[in-house]
Design a protein around this ligand. Structure first.
Ligand code: KG4
Ligand code: ZN
Length: 346
């Protein structure tokens, strides 16, 4: 079947066309992402109303380009299902994609799924041609700008949230630390780039909740520790030059990823999973990818991570989430009321 995916939950206007003949036969016919990063950069974060206005301005062009790239000439004949991110995300931004998707579905009489953005991230692993599941349960570490979640997947459409952040998301911590170091927005790519030349042992930073008995995370304390570190260095008249910034970034990255890896392995052991899957914008981080790959291998677990192109927000993953919801339960598709399907966070 051919699915149109639409994603406008944050600062990317994204539309994709996927051809899926089964879980192992997925062809991305188009995957268009129009980023608003430059628009929001001066504010150091995403401004919801500006994001919505920009989505409304660009969604028509993104749609045309997605269809053209996929070689779709007749929507009514060639598209079987529309899937749109219904949440979690910025309400004004989500509304643009939902209204667009509802109109398309109504006009062309197509089934419409309101996909969960986190479920989309989880399925980004299916976009790796080498990906194959070896059975359930599967443990998912989903790390983005708004969420940090450990999700136990017992089957398709059967999820249990076993741990999440109690305050900031890990991506948010990357963004805030980057702002503290004047590295610009978004912070994740900037931190990981400068950290490459840094010494991760120079400034020992805390990994909050690493010893807690549960699978929750906390990142606001780590961010505050970096704030105090910068303040103390300034008081000691140490210049925060690129060399010091690299050491701070590397030390922060070390502390931030360590707790993710340790808790993921502990959860994998407790729940006896067949595989560990990483996803979300922060899954673009090379240190996290490498450390989690090593730890899962050392502990005997299958491990998968999404192709880099599908780590941050895109609509191919939303089309996939829609496909899995729809094939499991077609009755869930309807344009009159768009409900978010999986319960993986708001
Ligand atoms: O999934 P995503 O694109 O949007 C949300 O759903 O939030 O994730 C965006 C987050 C941002 O916080 C960004 O700084 C972070 O992912 N990110 C990274 C990297 N690339 C993006 N964090 C760490 N290292 C990266 N290379
Ligand atoms: Zn996301």
């Amino acid at each position: 079947m051919t699915i149109l995916g639409i994603e406008t939950s944050c600062d990317e206007t994204a539309i994709a066309v996927l051809e899926i003949d089964g879980p192992g036969e997925i062809v991305v016919r188009s995957n268009i992402v129009s980023s608003q990063v430059k628009l929001h950069a001066p504010y150091g974060g995403v401004v919801p109303t500006l994001a919505a206005r920009e989505h409304a301005k660009n969604i028509g062009q993104v749609f045309d380009l997605a269809l053209k790239t996929a070689g779709i000439n007749d929507f009514k004949k060639e598209i079987d299902l529309v899937s749109v991110t219904a949440g979690p995300g910025l309400a004004p931004a989500l509304m643009v994609g939902i209204a667009f998707a509802k109109t398309l579905a109504m006009l062309h009489k197509k089934p419409l799924i309101g996909a969960n953005h986190m479920e989309g991230h989880l399925y980004s692993n299916w976009l790796n041609p080498a990906f194959k599941i070896q059975g359930f349960p599967i443990l998912n570490l989903i790390v983005s700008g708004g969420h940090t979640e450990l999700v136990l997947m017992r089957d398709y459409e059967n999820y249990e949230l076993i741990g999440e952040t109690v305050d900031d998301a890990v991506g948010e911590a990357f963004d805030k630390v980057a702002r503290l170091l004047n590295l610009g927005y978004p912070g994740g790519p900037a931190i990981s780039k400068i950290a490459l030349s840094g010494d991760p042992t120079r400034f020992p930073l805390p990994s909050p909740m690493i010893k807690s008995g549960n699978f929750d995370f906390s990142y606001s304390g780590l961010k505050t520790a970096v704030l105090y570190l910068v303040r103390d260095l300034k008081e000691k008249k140490i210049e925060i030059d690129d060399h010091v910034k690299a050491d701070i970034a590397a030390s922060f990255q070390e502390a931030a990823t360590k707790v993710l890896v340790q808790k993921t392995i502990r959860a994998a052991q407790k729940f006896g999973v067949t595989a560990v899957l990483l996803s979300g914008g922060v899954s673009a981080n090379q240190l996290l990818r490498r450390k989690l790959e090593e730890a899962t291998r050392d502990n005997g677990y299958q491990y998968h991570q999404p192709p880099l192109a599908y780590t941050t927000d895109n609509a191919a993953m939303i089309a996939l989430a829609g496909f899995f919801v729809y094939t499991k339960n077609p009755a869930k598709a309807g344009w009159k009321l768009v409900q978010m399907q999986a319960n993986l966070g708001f």
